[in-house]
Design a protein around this ligand. Sequence first.
Ligand code: ADP
Ligand code: MG
Length: 332
Amino acid sequence: MAIHILSPQLANQIAAGEVVERPVSVIKELVENSLDAGSTQIDIDVEQGGSKLIRIRDNGSGIAKAELALALARHATSKINTLDDLDSIMSLGFRGEALASISSVARLTLTSRTADQSEAWQVYAEGRDMKPTIKPAAHPVGSTVEVLDLFYNTPARRRFLKTDKTEFMHIEEFVRRIALARPDVTFNLQHNGKLIKQYRQSPLEKRVESVCGRSFVQKAIKLDWQHNDLQIQGWVSSSEVSELQYFYVNGRVIKDKLINHALRQAYSSRTNEQQSYVAFLQIDPKQVDVNVHPAKHEVRFHEARLVHDFVYQAIVMALESSQQLAADDEKT
Ligand code: ADP
Ligand code: MG
């Protein structure tokens, strides 16, 4: 075969392989976009575990008509300009890949209205050249992204989807994670027309209570520790019935080996106890690289050892004080 340039759709489908694994990955990307757009309410509607329909509606900034088609193009982003911007990234997205990837493996329509537009517009792109068509629509200020028939054109991927119930479990778990990170935002989650979860805008402690349960907050020890420009806050507990493990770096949901190691070590002397925590690490964005993996679950810390030991120390101290409290309780 002669060398040739892949069609936009195929290039996007290949990229989608890294970002769009299953319905929850679509939801993650779309909800992150809504958060980046400054939304205070995000409605997530799902049908058949997300394989039939995913609809995310937000009240964020919206996208101007002139930029609507561009939003679906690959490498199109409003979030960074230069490589330097990556060093201090505050937005959740920046790769400009999600909408292009999703619309190459599903039927995606984006409807949006900005505050200075009197009407909304809708864009849809499909086919080899992914050429977008735009038409007027009705929508309040904000955006709705509708994703139908995920993987309809990539049957090999579609076969990997689990039951609706399993896919929806992953979605619920993601919504819990993001809800913990953003108590200032209301999240509504519907499945097959039924409201399954509603997290209303509230102070952090209330949000932790509604996601993790009252007993977790009551039994947990407050975590609040600072060293230079590292700060960690949250709750740790060793007495939960089931494990609740949520760790955030600068508001990002993180599954990181280094952090996990620090946490496991901190709990290692308590072999029979459940390890539950909700912890928020704040660090200078310059000290952490989030551009490690397309799905952005992993991060790289410039001073890995320092961060590791800081997290370890903070958790150990919190756990020790919880033991102390328990001992005091027994005495009285
Ligand atoms: P990225 O988030 O990495 O920039 P995406 O493909 O997810 O890339 O989105 C492309 C662009 O579309 C974003 O940079 C943003 O400008 C715009 N956009 C996407 N979703 C929304 C939304 N819900 N509200 C406002 N703007 C959005
Ligand atoms: Mg994005």
